[in-house]
Design a protein around this ligand. Structure first.
Ligand code: SF4
Ligand code: SF4
Length: 323
């Protein structure tokens, strides 16, 4: 059987998704047995012109990780889409915007101001910002344009499959590889993970009618390792998050941060979590309500830690900006 032609690319990302391929350990040999890698900039010195020279649809599969936050990311997303039969949003940033999309809760101007003017280590009295194009005596220098909004991959190009996680666990990657090799892929549009919420696969004890009257941060408490963490006042995103990671964080006493994105049929992970919280928080007076709300540090960032690309509750949206 002919080997698959595989591409892997990183856009706005930390590189953890690329490293996650190595988490497969000796199973990496299975991947190499089934596929030849034709493009993987983090691992080998490929050039963009190598991709441009490929025929359209040349790659069988492209695992695209990272969000789209500048013009280079967008260009590569469109180019690789053209060159790939199957496009996979690999990891939370490609799937939902991920950590880079936390920038959607502020603006491009404020980010540039912080990075190039107001940090204590910055000395830039003329307020010079990087420009997409700069004329120099030697010629024109160009760098990618920094966008005001961070997009998920499917906002830019059609995507066949999503493998969620920050980064995706090795088992999920192997499930996907197995499905590709055997031709037993789920219908296009599928997410390769569980369908229920993380609470459904969580081994901790849950009450019938949970009530909390305080919100705590992980460093403030040593949780009871047998009881639901949310019921102990820790913001655990389990009620709004897709299953499939095997409750990896919960098993080490850390609340879920939501890296698998919204569970099937949940439209907006942050709004769903807010609704779950509202149904269990108990307060007797306004003062207590304020205290609970204020104890949730960076509420938007917590509810949308990985899902900022299309957050319904974004402050910029409430200021009238279109997504
Ligand atoms: S909220 Fe978190 S700790 Fe509680 S059952 Fe759900 S996943 Fe488990
Ligand atoms: S428990 Fe939550 S944050 Fe941790 S790996 Fe699973 S989905 Fe991601």
């Amino acid at each position: 059987m002919a080997k698959l032609k595989l591409g892997m690319y990183w856009a706005a990302t930390c590189g953890g998704c690329d490293v996650s391929v190595l988490d497969t350990h000796e199973r990496l040999l299975k991947i190499v047995e089934a596929a030849d890698i034709y493009f993987w900039p983090i691992a080998m010195d490929f050039k963009y012109k190598d991709v441009e020279a490929m025929e359209d649809g040349f790659l069988d599969v492209c695992l695209f990780n990272g969000a789209i936050r500048n013009s280079e990311n967008e260009h590569l997303a469109k180019l690789l889409r053209k060159k790939s039969k199957v496009m996979v949003a690999y990891g939370a940033c490609a799937a939902f915007g991920g950590i880079p999309a936390l920038a959607n809760f502020t603006t491009r101007e404020k980010i540039l101001e912080k990075a190039y003017k107001t940090t204590v280590s910055t000395d830039n009295p003329q307020g010079v910002y990087p420009q997409p194009s700069t004329k120099m005596p030697e010629g024109e220098i160009t760098i990618p344009e920094f966008y005001n909004h961070v997009y998920k991959l499917s906002d830019i190009v059609p995507v066949e499959y999503t493998i969620p996680g920050c980064p995706p666990p090795a088992d999920l990657l192997m499930t996907a590889v197995e499905a590709i090799v055997t031709g037993k892929l789920p219908p296009a549009g599928s997410t390769i993970a569980g369908e229920k919420t993380l609470c459904d696969e969580c081994p901790l004890e849950k009450s019938e009618k949970p009530v909390i009257n305080d919100i705590k941060r992980p460093f403030q408490v040593i949780p009871d390792g047998k009881k639901c963490l949310l019921e102990q006042g820790l913001i655990c995103m389990g009620p709004a998050t897709r299953s499939g990671c095997g409750a990896a964080c919960i098993k080490v006493n850390m609340p879920c941060r939501g890296c698998f994105g919204p569970a099937k049929d949940i439209k907006d992970q942050g709004a769903k979590m807010l609704s779950a919280l509202a149904s269990i928080v108990k307060f007797d007076d306004e003062q207590k309500a304020d205290q609970i709300i204020n104890s949730m540090v960076d509420a938007t960032g917590t509810l949308y830690r990985f899902g900022g690309a299309n957050a319904i509750l974004s402050p910029r949206r409430t200021e009238g900006e279109k997504p």
